[in-house]
Design a protein around this ligand. Structure first.
Ligand code: 13P
Ligand code: SF4
Length: 302
């Protein structure tokens, strides 16, 4: 039996579902039951009937699945798959911000640890940040937005709001430079540029659309254009190409790789199902508070 057959057999025995983020390597995406962005994965995790969730992504995503589905066993095939951006802010940092701005609401990007979420009022993903600020936070004058300064800058620009921001960033997305886009635009004159909001402003300003990873897939599928320059982590190209074989997708920069996403391999998914490792565990109080923070995120789906 090859590895894919072994994974599928064990998946049935364990009553498990495999969820994979759009940045996972192609072979991991191809064995998953669902591949999507942070919001889509959270919705799947909250609604699954399976007993076990094998989460192929980074730790904050697996933690989010556990918080939203506390009765399930949530496994992450590599416990070292972290998100450097999520690790740029601690719960203590948030407490300090709240002391400095006692009237402010705290909105966190879903790319945060459970302990940080436990200190925040609301969380959002790149897919629904605009909708949440315009909806759930429309009456709040003071908003602290952590930890991604680029996403916060994007949402501020689109909504005309001002935020108290934290200077976190994604080390993979900041590797995409404006000159990368300029050069590719000169080469592919008819190309549409799609950028993730984690890209710095100078890159986003060169984009035709700023979208979450899943929204990039939806946009590309519905567009008449044939060539797209993709300013995001290069793992997303697999899904884009698979779903649109008649279209071309050019990575804005080959350097935009998230090494943590690539820590998950087929072998580790197999070991994870064989040994039921590594189980995501969150302390009860943090879990309860983080769930309050995450609850409304699922209501804003666009
Ligand atoms: P998406 O929610 O758009 O998939 O982004 C998650 C992420 O970590 C991007 O770096
Ligand atoms: Fe974190 Fe960036 Fe990797 Fe997304 S791509 S998981 S933000 S390091």
């Amino acid at each position: 039996m090859d590895i894919v057959e072994r994974i599928n057999k064990l998946k049935r025995t364990r009553n498990a579902v495999i969820l994979a983020h759009n940045y996972q390597s192609p072979e991991v995406q191809d064995i998953a039951d669902f591949v999507g962005d942070s919001l889509g994965l959270s919705i799947q995790a909250a609604g699954t009937d399976a007993k076990v969730i094998v989460f192929c992504g980074v730790r904050f995503m697996a933690e989010t699945a556990k918080i939203l589905s506390p009765a399930k066993t949530v496994l992450i095939p590599d416990r070292d798959a972290g998100c450097p951006m999520a690790d740029m802010i601690t719960a203590e940092d948030v407490k300090r911000l709240k002391r400095d701005h006692p009237k402010a609401k705290v909105l966190c990007y879903v790319n945060t640890t459970a302990d940080v979420k436990a200190e925040c009022d609301l969380s959002c993903t790149s897919a629904n940040a605009l909708a949440m600020v315009n909806g759930a936070l429309k009456n709040d004058d003071e908003v602290i937005f952590v930890p991604d300064m680029h996403l916060a800058d994007y949402v501020a620009g689109q909504t005309g709001r001002e935020f108290i921001i934290w200077k976190g960033y994604c080390p993979s997305h900041v590797k995409i430079l404006p000159e990368n886009i300029q050069k590719l635009k000169a080469e592919y004159k008819d190309a549409i540029v799609l950028a993730h909001p984690e890209c710095p402003r100078a890159v986003r300003e060169l984009a035709d659309k700023v979208l979450s990873t899943e929204a990039m897939c939806t946009y590309a599928a519905g567009s008449h254009n044939k060539v797209f320059i993709i300013a995001s982590e290069i793992g997303i190209l697999h899904k884009l190409k698979k779903e649109n074989p008649d279209k071309d997708f050019i990575p804005a920069s080959e350097r935009a790789i998230c090494p943590n996403m690539k820590k998950i391999t087929l072998e580790k998914v197999l070991f994870s199902l064989e040994e039921m490792t590594f189980e995501v565990k969150i302390e009860q109080e943090a879990m309860f508070k983080a769930r309050q923070c995450l609850r409304r995120m699922l209501e804003y789906r666009a």
